[in-house]
Design a protein around this ligand. Structure first.
Ligand SMILES: [Mg+2]
Length: 399
């Protein structure tokens, strides 16, 4: 079968479609535990009433204290109209949150007026414009009490680790590997690295998950079914840098396309079978295990956590969503949840000590510097202390 004929089997409609996932914490109950259903309902009502001819479909969800809006449209990424719907929906929800005194009402809406693009205004954004296949299955992963770099490990596992994703070895369409777009979120720079050829360089960077963050994954041009397509995208906005002072870790979300030359649904899920450590948790200041949970358990309790991930499975056809399936709501992930509980027991015993507490450089944007500030004039130079001791010793020797 020729390449062109084969491609027709999978790409039924060359018109591009955009998946825009935008999330924000606009108030929670009672602390940072969970959303308040009337606020979620108001966000849903607003999006439904204002989607008009802009959105072909949408879905409202939540994890912990974050409300999540998944939107389908043909306006491309960075669409002012699409971003405005999300911004105004969060504004409407904030009014409800404030009316009942929810904690942190409107906390992620850092600007007063919408300025054309929601990026940099507080909410997290993950968008990709795609060429929809005959069947376009994708997963939306939502995490709470952690940071965008928490996706480095599972996205690497899905798209670059054959021990997680055997399709990389046995599926000819995955065998060539993928291209990763990495953001240095401290320097504000990005780089593209391909796997498997740059796998060690990629790991050298993304192992430092507070600095290097996977933003997107693309197929290579040699991919027979989906050449040069964006197949995964992660929210990367870091609130602590946007706001200039600490207002909470930017809890991330990701959209991952699956099947037909991409990781199978089960390969994308397998990446969360091991509760790896992430940073965030209590006060955005602690390392802890990421627990995969169903929607019924998407609230943050013990020590405001432990950090959790929810997965929702959709298919997209002609601009319409079918689903979602609550992917982690399954006994197959009981083992990962139990292990996350055991790690929680273990690491919590360390209290305020590293590595449970984050390293010093990551505490810079918390309230800790305010505590230490009052001692800054009481410290003495150690170097001069050493010199004093040396002088004492040399005096003794000459005696
Ligand atoms: Mg949150």
């Amino acid at each position: 079968m020729g390449k062109i004929i084969r491609a027709e089997l999978y790409i039924c409609n060359m018109a591009k479609v955009t998946i825009s996932h935008i999330k924000a914490d606009i108030g929670s109950l009672p602390g940072h535990t969970t959303v308040y259903e009337p606020v979620v309902a108001e966000v849903r009502r607003y999006v439904k009433e204002h989607s008009g001819s802009i959105l072909s479909d949408f879905y409202i969800s939540h994890i912990g204290d974050d409300i999540q809006i998944t939107m389908i449209h043909d306006r491309g990424i960075d669409s002012e109209e699409v971003h405005r719907i999300a911004w105004d929906a969060f504004k409407a929800g904030t009014a409800v949150a404030k009316s009942v005194g929810l904690y942190g009402a409107g906390q992620d809406l850092l600007k007063d007026a919408f300025s054309g693009n929601i990026k940099g205004m507080g909410p997290g954004v993950a968008e990709m414009e795609i060429t929809p296949r005959k069947s376009e299955p994708f997963l939306v992963y939502m995490m709470d009490k952690t940071e965008p770099g928490a996706f480095n490990y599972p996205i690497y596992k899905m798209f670059a680790d054959p021990f997680n994703t055997p399709g990389l070895v046995i599926d000819p369409n995955m065998h060539e590997g993928f291209t990763f777009e990495i953001w240095d979120i401290i320097a504000g720079k990005k780089i593209y690295l391909s796997t498997p050829e740059n796998i060690y360089d990629l790991l050298a960077m993304i192992g430092s998950k507070s600095k290097y963050v996977i933003k997107r994954v693309y197929t290579k041009s040699s991919h027979e079914k989906l050449p040069d397509e964006n197949v995964a995208v992660i929210t990367t906005d870091k609130l602590s840098f946007i706001a200039g002072e600490y207002v909470g870790k930017d809890d991330p979300a990701a959209v991952v396309r699956i099947q037909s030359g991409l990781p199978a649904s089960g390969e994308a899920m397998e990446a969360f079978s091991h509760p790896f450590l992430v940073s965030g948790w209590m006060r955005g200041s602690f390392n802890g295990p990421l627990m995969p949970v169903g929607m019924k358990d998407s609230k943050m309790t013990r020590f405001d956590g432990p950090p959790r991930v929810v997965g929702l499975g959709f298919v997209l056809k002609d601009g319409k969503l079918t689903g979602p399936v609550d992917m982690f709501d399954d006994p197959a992930f009981d083992g990962a949840r139990r292990k996350a509980g055991e790690i929680t027991e273990y690491i919590r015993r360390m209290g305020p000590f590293e590595p449970h507490r984050l390293p010093d450089e990551e505490m810079e944007y918390t309230t800790l510097p305010k505590v230490l500030d009052k001692f800054k004039d009481q410290f003495e130079m150690i170097e001069s202390s050493i010199k004093k001791k040396k002088n004492l010793v040399s005096t003794k020797d000459t005696d």
